[in-house]
Structures are given as C-alpha cells and as structure tokens.
Design a binder for this molecule. Structure first.
Ligand code: SAH
Length: 353
C-alpha cells in the first residue's frame, strides 16, 4: 500500500467531531452537518470556508441559511487571536498567539524567495529542558490540540496573504510527546490545507519507541532528529532526557525509520563553541552516521539569556563542515532566521507580555 493510500484509508474512518471544528476533514464535516439536520454537501462548503476562506466565525458563512447561521455562530472553529507580532529585519515574523484558555504560544512565519515556511509549536512550553534552549527554561504547561496546531498555519497564511508552502514542527514543545495530535495535524495540513507531505518536517529530540511508531504510519514527511552530540556522555550533558535513552538506541530507531519509510533522516546539531564543535566531534559524528541515509543540519547556536554558551566563529563552523564533507556526510549550515525578533531556533519561550 502506498503512503498516500495509507493516509487516505485513515481518512475514511471518520470519527465523531466535537467542536472546535478546525482540523476536521471533508468527510468528518459532512457527517457533522448531517447531524445538525443539514444536507451533506454543506460539509464541503463548510470545509472551503474554514480552510480556503479562513472564516473566523461560522455565523459569517453567507452561503448558509440565516437561521442556521445564528445557531452556528456559537460553535467554535478553534482560531486563536494574535496577541503580539514582532517583525525581524529579515522579514521573519514571530507571533504570540493566545489560545482559548488564555495560554500563549509562539509561531514563526519565515519567508524565503517563493517559499513561506511556518514553524509551529506542539506544546505550551516544553518538558525536555535541553540546556541551550529557551523554551525548556520556561517549563511545560500542556499539549496542543489538533486544531491549535492547524490554526497556527492558517494564521500565518492569512497574515502574510500568501500560501504557506512548508511547515516545520520546530516551535515550542516536543512533538513526539504529543504524537496523536501531531499526526492528526499533519493529516489535516496535508489534506485540508493542501501542503505536500514532503514539505512537512517534524523535529524531535528523541523519545524511546516513538520514532519507530511514527515510521509505522509510512508518511512521506521529513523526520529531523536533534542530535547535538556525537557521543552519549556529551549528549546527556546537553540533553537531560538522553540519560535513559542512549544514543545508540536512538540511532538504531532512526535506521529503522529509514528502512521502513525509505526517507532519509535529517540530524540537527547545534554548534556550541568549545563544547561540541571540535574536529574530533565532527569525526565522531561522521562515524556515527556512516552508511546511513541522512543529512546533517548544523545550527550555529542562537544566544539565550540563561546560559553562557557561545556561537563558534565562521572558520570553526566551516572546519566542522569540511570534515563532515570529507567523510562523505551530507551537511548544510542553517543560520536561523528571525534572530532579532527572538524568533530563531531555541529562542521561543512562554512570554505573556
Ligand atoms: N523538541 C524538538 C522541537 C524543537 S526544534 C526538538 O528538540 O527537535 C528546535 C530546534 O532548535 C532543535 O533542534 C533544538 O535543539 C534547536 N535549538 C534549541 N535551542 C537552540 C539555540 N539556542 N540555538 C540554536 N538552536 C537551538
């Protein structure tokens, strides 16, 4: 069975919809409108108004009968409100979005050439507490629901008045601690919002067994794994959650992911001067990844207030790149966008200002 038919076979099992409606498929919305005593075709109209027109109140759907609209106005779609918006000089926009319960999350819109990438959050805060990341310093509140993840993409799309081409699950939170809602949001972004699976990336620091479980869904999305160190001792110093989950177990799961999905895995590696950026680290990293369909994304560290790590200079970064290349490892350097708006990788935090 191909990846696409698998995802649509999940779709045909329509579950009962409890509003907020955002994230629901055409089939689910058609079933829902029928429960409301309306003809099934109104489900398709509802779908178009929610996803294409981005309506914020169901009472505003002018093609629906007046009386029904009055009832619908009470039913939540699940849209957030923009609490704050910070524009960086490079055009990246960071949004603080306010959810129904008052919680605030961060979402980033990143325009490049013809692309518009949205970096979405999957949790309010994050429990992983990686030492170099601002999100973990603020603690963890809760998982985001499917509708709260999809909303972030529609919000950025509407604000930029441009179609979102790519979504990276690299905002606040650990996606694989919220797998069910993340999978549901991926499905909706693909089928309802219309973003290709290959343009969807989920980034994880690694939670035991979850990468293997994700592979079973045979998705064509990109999996990015936050590695950050080429050996267990250094990794657990930077990432407390790595202690009970050794690097070799994580890498074994990644290998299974490649075998099962046929997709290569991206590895993210934050470069911290003097900590994990030495030539021997590059060589050790190359050894870990030998014979592995992978790609390494080096992310020069973005400063946060609580810790005094430093970003390596360009020569050091280039030396690291060169060693990986010599070892036949596919590598690129990702200079984060949005630094000036505190919107770059690792700078997102709960902020209620
Ligand atoms: N929890 C997931 C999703 C967050 S993605 C994960 O860890 O993969 C955010 C990416 O930015 C991760 O690779 C993360 O390690 C990286 N990051 C965190 N803090 C950073 C910082 N200060 N500078 C650069 N990158 C950072």
């Amino acid at each position: 069975m191909s990846a696409t038919s698998l995802i649509s076979s999940v779709d045909s099992r329509t579950s009962e919809i409890i509003p907020p409606l955002l994230g629901a498929s055409v089939a689910e919305l058609s079933a829902w409108v029928q429960q409301q005593g309306q003809p099934a075709y109104r489900g398709k109209q509802l779908h178009e108004w929610i996803y294409q027109k981005g309506v914020r109140s169901l009472g505003d759907i002018s093609v629906f009968p007046k009386q029904w609209r009055a009832e619908l106005a009470e039913i939540p779609i699940g849209r957030s409100t923009i609490h704050h918006r910070a524009v960086a000089p490079d055009g990246t926009i960071k949004y603080l979005l306010q959810l129904k319960d008052g919680q605030i999350i961060e979402t980033v819109g990143i325009p490049t050439d013809k692309r518009l990438t949205v970096c979405v959050s999957t949790q309010v805060g994050c429990p992983m507490a990686c030492d170099f990341c601002a999100t973990g310093k603020g603690g963890y509140q809760r998982n985001l629901a499917r509708y709260e993840i999809v909303d972030q993409v529609l919000t950025v799309q509407q604000d930029f008045q441009q179609r979102v081409s790519h979504v990276v699950f690299m905002g606040m939170g650990e996606p694989l601690l919220n797998t069910e809602n993340v999978l549901a949001a991926l499905k909706s972004l693909n089928q309802d919002v219309g973003i290709g699976q290959r343009s969807l990336t989920v980034s994880t620091v690694g939670i035991r067994d979850r990468i293997r479980q994700l592979a079973q869904h045979h998705l064509q999305i990109t999996l990015a794994v936050s590695l950050h160190a080429p050996n267990q001792a250094l990794r657990e110093q930077l990432i407390p959650s790595a202690r009970p989950y050794p690097l070799e177990d994580l890498l074994a799961e990644c290998r299974e992911y490649v075998e099962i999905t046929g997709r290569r895995v991206s590895f993210e590696y934050v470069l911290l001067a003097g900590v994990n950026d030495l030539p021997e680290h590059a060589l050790e990293l190359a050894k870990c990844l030998r014979g592995f369909q992978s790609h390494v994304n080096l992310i020069p560290y973005n400063p946060i207030a609580e810790v005094d790590y430093k970003r390596p200079n360009r020569d050091r970064i280039q030396a690291f790149v060169n060693i990986l290349k010599q070892q036949q490892i596919a590598v690129s350097v990702r200079y984060s966008r949005g630094l000036e708006a505190d919107a770059a990788c690792g700078q997102l935090r709960i902020n209620k200002n």
